[in-house]
Design a protein around this ligand. Structure first.
Ligand SMILES: [Zn+2]
Length: 320
């Protein structure tokens, strides 16, 4: 009797237990389903948020007017930002009044820095170029007057001089001036073998990379001497000149200014940032050219606006 009772209660107990187990299993299943639904909803939400951010970014980039304009404007901003720390705040204020600036963007490097795309192609342009530097006492004075008139120039640097004057090279670069090569040791290239020519260019590029983080896009062969071997070896455009200030010869401010009196649209002018007389002449010349309506541009800008597609190994004398 007792045994039967025990068996019956065990059956009831077992049935109760299996019911409880089933209930707990179905609870667990429901929890699992709920969890996977929550995960699904969350990932859906995350996807929507990512898409909204992407759309917003695309819209904001478009509303700034495209990457070309940004790249062209950026040098001015970098130059302005750096001049904040200099003593030229007065000049900066005047510049700001003259040309209100759009929003700054990431600073580009190399050739983007020295190519403004917002110049007036109908106004005359001249490329002032300076060889044999850098030499801080003279280069700095030239940069000062260029900055004041929002003018640019091209500095054909001698590679082995760059480590001694890194600050002035950086300043020239940040002002949007073009930094180009005048070989590493001011060697006449006609006298060199192919591998020696390449070494002169590579070593200068290495110094420029260290200081401004970019390679050069133009070479001025010392003395303007070029032969067929040089043309074959050099892979970047070679830029000579069509107006010679003869500043190295006269070392006379008035004579330099006299030789620059004939400057015309498209000219490339040869000077040297080595002589204090040259700095004096440039300090007078830049306002004169500005008054005459000239835009003082880099060599790259001159070629860009005059429709010249400069090729490696070719010699150019002007933008005409
Ligand atoms: Zn030279």
């Amino acid at each position: 009797m007792n045994l039967r009772k025990d068996t019956k209660s065990k059956v009831i107990y077992d049935e109760g237990r299996s019911l409880r187990e089933r209930a707990s299993k179905s609870r667990q299943r429901r929890k699992k389903e709920l969890r996977s639904k929550v995960i699904l909803i969350n990932s859906g939400l995350a996807l929507i948020i990512i898409m909204v951010i992407l759309v917003w970014k695309v819209v904001s980039i478009n509303s700034q007017g495209g990457s070309d304009v940004n790249m062209a404007d950026a040098p001015k901003h970098k130059a302005e930002a750096e001049s904040d720390t200099s003593q030229n705040k007065k000049d900066k204020k005047q510049e700001e009044k003259a040309s209100p600036s759009p929003a700054p963007t990431e600073a580009p490097s190399g050739q983007d820095m020295w190519l403004r795309k917002d110049l007036d192609p109908d106004k005359p342009m001249v490329a002032l170029t300076f060889d044999d530097g850098p030499y801080a006492p003279v280069t700095e004075k030239i940069l000062k007057v260029l900055e004041k008139y929002n003018a640019r120039a091209t500095f054909f640097c001698v590679g082995n001089r760059i480590p001694s004057y890194t600050e002035v090279v950086k300043k020239a670069y940040s002002q949007g001036c073009q930094i180009a090569s005048h070989t590493y040791e001011h060697k006449v290239l006609n006298n060199l073998k192919k591998n020696q020519i390449n070494a002169q260019i590579k070593k200068t590029d290495r110094e420029l990379q260290k200081v401004v983080g970019c390679s050069t896009t133009a070479l001025r062969p010392p003395g303007g001497f070029v032969n067929d071997r040089v043309k074959k070896a050099v892979k970047i455009p070679m830029v000579c000149w069509n107006v010679d200030s003869e500043d190295w010869k006269s070392r006379n401010t008035k004579k330099v200014l006299g030789r620059c009196r004939t400057i015309e649209d498209g000219d490339i002018v040869l000077m040297h940032d080595l002589y204090p007389t040259t700095a004096k002449a440039v300090t007078a010349l830049v306002p004169q050219l500005h008054k005459k309506g000239f835009q003082m541009v880099t060599v790259d800008e001159l070629f860009y606006y005059k429709g010249i597609k400069a090729e490696g190994g070719t010699v150019y004398y002007s933008g005409k």
